[in-house]
Ligand binder design. Structure first.
Ligand SMILES: Nc1ncnc2c1ncn2[C@@H]1O[C@H](COP(=O)(O)OP(=O)(O)O)[C@@H](O)[C@H]1O
Ligand SMILES: [Mg+2]
Length: 304
C-alpha cells in the first residue's frame, strides 16, 4: 500500500513539554519506532506538524531585536529543516538500506484567502490567559484559548496545490521514503508572472496531508496525534470515541477549529475524494490503526 502518515506537531513536542533539541530528538525517535514496521512493508510518505516548533522559532527570533522578526514562511521552512532533519536521521538509523529523502515543500494558497483576516492556527507554547494577553500587547500576537490553555494564533490559509508534488511522486515511485510537506508546507502565492512568493501563515498540516495523499494516489492517510480516537462530546463526562465512521456522518458533528476540526475535515476529504481509508489516532497505535483495531477510521459511504 501507499501510505501517507501525518505526525502531530504536538505528538513530537507535547503541550507543556520543554522545547529543547534533546526532547524533540527523543520524541522523534519514539515516532520513528512506531512507524518502522509500516515503513518496512509499505510505500511511506511522512509529513508532520510544526505548531509548537514554528512558535518556538518565532519566540527565539523575537529576542534578537537588531533585525525585524523573520516572516512565518521562512520560519516554516526552518521548522521543516529542524524536524525533517531529526526524522530523516532517525529513519536512516532505523531502516538501514532504505533510501530516505527530506524535501522542503511549498504549498500554494490564495492571496485573498479569508483566513488571513481571521487567525485560528495555534503555534508555540501554551500560556496562562494573563501571559497570553501580555504577549498580545507587547508583541502584537493574536492569542486564543486552546482547551484550558492559551496560545498564539496565526492565519491558516487553505492549501491549494503542492509545488513539489511531481518530485515527491518521482521519489516515491523510485522506492524512496519521503519526508515532506512539514508544517503543512511553506505557504506561497503565485503572482501574475507565475512567480512564487512566501506569505505569512501556517497551513494546517492535516489539510495539506490530505492534498498530498490525494495527489500521490495514496491508499491510506493516517493522522497520528496525542489522542487515541476522535471523540464526540470531547472534554465532557459523556465523551464517546468513534471507531468506524462514514465521512458523511462525521461531517454532521461539530469539532474544535484549529485542532480536531481540520483532522476530521482532512479525513473526510481524502475518504470522499479517493475512496481510501483515512484514520485518526495515537502515534503509538499506528500499526493497530492500519489493522482496524484502534483509532477512528473514516471511509466514504458506499453508494448503492
Ligand atoms: N473531539 C475531539 N476528540 C479528540 N480530541 C480532540 C477533540 N477536539 C479537540 N481535540 C484535541 O485535538 C488535539 C489534537 O489536535 P492538535 O492539537 O491539532 O494536534 P496535532 O499536533 O496532532 O495536529 C488533541 O490533543 C485534543 O486535545
Ligand atoms: Mg493540529
Amino acid at each position: 500500500m501507499r501510505i501517507v502518515v501525518a505526525l502531530g506537531g504536538n505528538a513530537l513536542l507535547r503541550r507543556g513539554e520543554a522545547a529543547d533539541a534533546e526532547t524533540q530528538r527523543r520524541n522523534v525517535s519514539v515516532a520513528v519506532a512506531a512507524l518502522t514496521e509500516i515503513a518496512e512493508s509499505h510505500e511511506l510518505v511522512i509529513t508532520h506538524g510544526n505548531g509548537p516548533q514554528v512558535g518556538l522559532l518565532a519566540l527565539q527570533g523575537d529576542t534578537y531585536v537588531q533585525v525585524p522578526p523573520y516572516p512565518l514562511d521562512v520560519l516554516g521552512a526552518e521548522s521543516e529543516g529542524m524536524i525533517g532533519y531529526l526524522l530523516d536521521q532517525e529513519l536512516v538509523n532505523a531502516l538501514g538500506a532504505r533510501p530516505v529523502a527530506t524535501l522542503l515543500t511549498q504549498v500554494i494558497v490564495a492571496a485573498d484567502d479569508p483566513a488571513f483576516e481571521k487567525p485560528t492556527k495555534f503555534i508555540g507554547p501554551v500560556y496562562t490567559k494573563e501571559r497570553a494577553q501580555q504577549l498580545a500587547f507587547s508583541r502584537h500576537y493574536a492569542v486564543a484559548a486552546d482547551g484550558d490553555h492559551w496560545r498564539r494564533v496565526v492565519p491558516s490559509p487553505e492549501p491549494r496545490a503542492i509545488v513539489e508534488l511531481p518530485t515527491i511522486q518521482l521519489l516515491v515511485e523510485a522506492g524512496v521514503l519521503v519526508v515532506c510537506g512539514g508544517g503543512g508546507g511553506i505557504p506561497v502565492v503565485v503572482d501574475r508572472d507565475g512567480r512564487l512568493h512566501g506569505v505569512e501563515g501556517v497551513i494546517d498540516k492535516d489539510l495539506a496531508a490530505a492534498l498530498l495523499a490525494e495527489g500521490l494516489g495514496a491508499d491510506a492517510l493516517l493522522m497520528l496525534t496525542d489522542v487515541s480516537a476522535v471523540q464526540l462530546g470531547y472534554g465532557t463526562a459523556g465523551a464517546r470515541a468513534l471507531h468506524d465512521v462514514d465521512a458523511a456522518e462525521l461531517r454532521g458533528y461539530p469539532f474544535a477549529a484549529g485542532s480536531m476540526g481540520p483532522k476530521v475535515e482532512a479525513a473526510c476529504r481524502f475518504a470522499e475524494e479517493t475512496g481510501g481509508l483515512a484514520a485518526i489516532g495515537s502515534l503509538a497505535d499506528a500499526v493497530a490503526i492500519l489493522r482496524g483495531e484502534r483509532g477512528t477510521r473514516v471511509r466514504a459511504a458506499v453508494r448503492a
